[in-house]
Design a binder for this molecule. Structure first.
Ligand code: CA
Length: 333
């Protein structure tokens, strides 16, 4: 049955002009609600036959710039000001968002490792399957707003990947710069399978992500970057006729070319950062160290950068387990 239509329904008509604010009805039968439904907010604004931009937030439930900026956009945008269609899902993994967690508390799944999803799978897989089979075919451009979540903080950036389709890579690079974040990152993922990114890229469509801060909270500058960025994207693709808001500064292009840019903890310990995001680090220089508080004689272990560059990400919680990513280094493009 995995090739069947989604079990998620909606009253919204994606082909109709105008503004529709409503829900995706996700079946959620449970002990407390036998015929219960999870109501996922969705807004569709359409005016004629221009391009379709799909915006998603809270793919990870503890990342907040997306939900806030997209809720504002959904309220503010009116059909007579656009050409084309804007589809806004402010909380893609709604159960995770409501629980203030990265992963869904219903099935323990990571939305961004669940694509293309499954019609008869768990809640997260059913939502991913709906997006994959019903929304991505409508979209020309997909922007998925991430932040670092509770476990990381990042230099605010728009993010893309190297693509085998070089024409698509070039169009994505233009969108990355149009977003207007302080940094633009070309990222080599540790594990790209099952990501929304990969699903959209394989369809030959422009996919842009962001990393806009983190720590499970919002900041004044990162919300402003998100607010400006989503409008800049709509202007760039001709959906919004406003001229783009001027960027604070040109986007600094950086890349994470390989997995040597990631620094992982080799032991359980208490992580002491030695650099903050935005700082320059030399190859071999420790980005932080792990302390063993219960073993007073034991020396801390340094965690060296394997590459020189700029620290663009560091771990937020001090308590750290073997295998945790504690830092990511990027290099200027
Ligand atoms: Ca994320």
């Amino acid at each position: 049955m995995s090739d069947g239509r989604s079990r998620i329904s909606t009253d919204l008509d994606f082909g109709r002009d105008g503004k529709q604010v409503g829900y995706l009805n996700v079946p959620h039968s449970r002990d407390s609600s036998a015929w219960g439904t999870l109501l996922m907010p969705i807004t569709v604004i359409r005016n004629g036959d221009g391009p379709t931009v799909l915006f998603t937030g809270a793919n990870h439930g503890d990342e907040y710039e997306g939900p806030v900026a997209l809720s504002k956009l959904a309220r503010a945008l009116e059909p007579d000001r656009i050409d084309g269609r804007v589809i806004i899902l402010p909380a893609l993994n709604l159960p995770a968002f409501k629980a203030a967690r990265r992963l869904s508390p219903i099935d323990g799944k990571n939305m961004n490792r669940s694509f293309p999803g499954s019609r008869n799978g768990t809640m997260t897989e059913v939502i991913a399957h709906y997006v994959y089979t019903e929304l991505l075919p409508l979209a020309d451009v997909v922007v998925d707003l991430h932040s670092g979540g509770k476990s990381m903080t990042l230099l605010p950036c728009a993010v893309m990947h190297r693509l085998s389709d070089k024409a698509l890579e070039a169009r994505t690079m233009e969108a990355l710069q149009a977003f207007g974040a302080p940094a633009g990152l070309v990222l080599e993922e540790l594990d790209s399978e099952g990501m929304l990114d990969t699903a959209v890229e394989e369809m030959g469509k422009v996919f842009l992500s962001t990393e806009l801060g983190g720590g499970g909270t919002l900041s004044v500058p990162t919300v402003a970057i998100a607010d400006r960025g989503v409008r800049n994207i709509l202007s760039h693709f001709g959906v919004l006729e406003d001229t783009p808001a001027p960027s604070v500064e040109p986007t600094r292009l950086m890349e994470v070319p390989d997995t040597d840019c990631y620094v992982a903890a080799g032991h359980d310990g208490l992580f002491e950062p030695l650099f903050e995001v935005g700082d320059s680090v030399a190859a071999g220089q420790p980005v932080g160290r792990l302390h063993f508080i219960e073993d007073p004689h034991r020396q801390p272990v340094d965690l060296p950068a394997r590459r020189a560059g700029t620290l663009i990400c560091r771990r937020v919680p001090s308590e750290t387990e073997r295998g945790d990513c504690v830092a990511v280094i990027a290099q200027d493009l």
